[in-house]
Design a binder for this molecule. Structure first.
Ligand code: KG4
Ligand code: ZN
Length: 403
C-alpha cells in the first residue's frame, strides 16, 4: 500500500527564465492534485523587442511581478485574508537582507505581510535550476522570505524534472490532475529554450542523462531562425505556423532551402543545432530577398530538419534501452509537427510504447510543473525539504538523479 500524506497544500514558484509563475496546489485522499490557484506573467513582450531574454531585465521583471502574482494565486485559492498586523523590526531586517539584490521586491513584500494573514500552507516549492541565475534568485529569495515569515519549509525543485512530471499528468476533471504511474524504463526528450536532452528514468526522482546538445538548444534555434525570418519572439510558435501553412500546399521544400541534419548519424545521443541555424543564414544570403512564400518554405525546411534529428535519436535511444514510455517535455513539446511525427514513428516502430506529452498550456514554463514535482515527493513520501539557508540557485543544475 502506498503511504502518503493527503490534504497538503503547497505554494510553488517558478522564475527560471522569462515566465513568472506562482501557484497553489492541494493533494486529495486519492492522490489527485487540485490546482487551487495559478498566476502566470509572461515577459515575452518585453523580450520580443530584443529577440531574446536578457538576464538582468528578466530578473527585474520577476521581482516587479512577484507580489501581485502571489496575491492573485492566493485570491483564487480563497486564501487571501486581510489582517492588519505589523512585522517586528527583526522580521523587517530579515526581509531586507534576503531581498537586498531584488530591488522592487522588498517594499512590496513587506506591504503584503502587513496587509494579509499567513495562509494555511505546508510547503513552498521553488525552482533552483537550471536556468538564468539572476532570474532564479528572485524566486528563491522570494521563497526564503515567505518561508521565514510564515515558518514554512522549502522544497527545492529541478526545473527539468518539472517538465518531465508535467507530461505524466492525467486530467481527472477541470483543475484536478493525477500523476500517472510510470511504465518504466522511460525515456524523456526534454526540449526547451535552454535545453535539449535525452534522459532515462526508472522512477520519478532518479534520472540519467544519455545525450544533450553540444551547442544551441532546440528552442533557441527556433528563436534565432525566427529572428532571421523577421518573425516575433518566441520563435517556435511563429515558425511552426508558417511551416504548417507551407505543408498544406507543398510536398517538398525548394532545393535552395534544403538544410543539413547535423549529427544524424553520429552514433550517440548528442545533438547540434547551430549548424542548421548557420545553414539558414547562408540560404537567406544566397537566395536574396525572401517572399512570404520563401519564408514559409524555409520555416518548413527548418522544422523538418530539427524534428527529423530529434525523432531519429529518440527512437534509437528508446530501442537501445527498451523503454516502455517516451515522455516529451519543455516548451518545444507544444510543437504540433513534432507531436504528430513522433506519434506516427512510435506507432510504426515501437508499438506498445506509451507516448506522453504535456497539455499544451503546461508545456511552456509555469509554476504548476514545479508544484507537481513537489507533490510527487509528498505523495511518494519522499520529501526533500531543505534548510532555507542552504538553498541556492544553480544555473547548470543537472537532471542526473534529481530528487
Ligand atoms: O520550456 P520553455 O517555456 O522555457 C525554457 O525553459 O526554455 O521553452 C521555451 C522555448 C522557446 O524557445 C520557444 O520558442 C519554444 O520553447 N517553443 C516552441 C513552440 N512553443 C514554444 N518551439 C517550437 N514549436 C512550438 N510550438
Ligand atoms: Zn522550461
Amino acid at each position: 500500500m502506498t503511504c502518503y500524506s493527503s490534504h497538503m497544500k503547497i505554494l510553488a514558484i517558478e522564475t527560471s527564465c522569462d515566465e513568472t509563475g506562482i501557484c497553489i496546489l492541494e493533494n486529495k485522499d486519492n492522490s489527485e492534485i487540485q490546482i487551487l490557484g495559478n498566476a502566470l506573467a509572461s515577459q515575452v513582450e518585453l523580450h520580443a523587442k530584443y529577440g531574446g531574454v536578457f538576464p538582468a531585465m528578466a530578473k527585474r521583471a520577476h521581482a516587479e511581478k512577484f507580489v501581485s502574482l502571489l496575491i492573485e494565486a492566493l485570491e483564487q485559492a480563497n486564501m487571501l485574508i486581510l489582517n492588519e498586523s505589523d512585522l517586528s523590526d527583526q522580521e523587517i531586517g530579515k526581509i531586507k537582507n534576503l531581498t537586498i539584490k531584488e530591488s522592487g521586491l522588498t517594499d512590496s513584500i513587506i506591504e503584503f505581510f502587513v496587509k494579509y494573514k499567513k495562509p494555511d500552507l505546508d510547503y513552498i516549492a521553488v525552482t533552483t535550476g537550471p536556468g538564468l541565475e539572476p532570474a532564479l534568485w528572485v524566486g528563491i529569495n522570494g521563497a526564503k522570505v515567505l518561508s521565514t515569515i510564515w515558518n514554512t519549509p522549502i522544497i527545492p525543485i529541478n526545473h527539468m524534472e518539472g517538465h518531465i512530471i508535467t507530461a505524466a499528468l492525467g486530467k481527472i476533471e477541470e483543475k484536478i490532475y493525477k500523476i500517472g504511474d510510470l511504465n518504466s524504463p522511460a525515456l524523456s526528450l526534454l526540449v526547451s529554450g535552454g535545453h535539449t536532452e535525452l534522459v532515462l528514468t526508472d522512477a520519478f526522482g532518479t534520472y540519467k542523462k544519455i545525450g544533450q546538445t553540444r551547442d544551441d538548444a532546440v528552442g533557441e534555434a527556433f528563436d534565432k531562425v525566427a529572428r532571421m525570418l523577421g518573425l516575433p519572439y518566441p520563435g517556435g510558435p511563429a515558425i511552426s505556423k508558417l511551416a504548417q501553412k507551407y505543408r498544406e500546399s507543398h510536398l517538398e521544400v525548394p532545393s535552395w532551402g534544403e538544410l543539413p541534419r547535423p549529427m544524424l548519424h553520429s552514433g550517440d545521443y548528442d545533438f547540434s543545432f547551430s549548424g542548421i541555424k548557420t545553414a539558414v543564414l547562408y540560404a537567406i544570403r544566397d537566395h536574396g530577398e525572401l517572399s512570404e512564400e520563401d519564408k514559409m518554405a524555409l520555416a518548413s525546411s527548418f522544422e523538418d530538419a530539427v524534428v527529423e534529428v530529434l525523432i531519429k535519436k529518440t527512437i534509437a535511444a528508446a530501442e537501445e534501452y527498451h523503454t516502455q514510455t517516451i515522455i516529451v517535455g519543455g516548451g518545444v513539446a507544444s510543437n504540433t509537427y513534432l507531436r504528430s511525427q513522433l506519434k506516427q514513428k512510435v506507432e510504426d516502430k515501437l508499438s506498445g510504447t506509451t507516448l506522453l506529452f504535456p497539455e499544451p498550456w503546461l508545456a511552456t514554463d509555469n509554476a504548476i510543473m514545479i508544484g507537481m514535482a513537489a507533490m510527487w515527493q509528498i505523495i511518494s513520501d519522499n520529501i526533500n525539504a531543505q534548510d532555507s539557508e542552504l538553498i541556492k540557485a544553480d544555473g547548470n543544475l543537472s537532471i542526473n538523479s534529481a530528487k
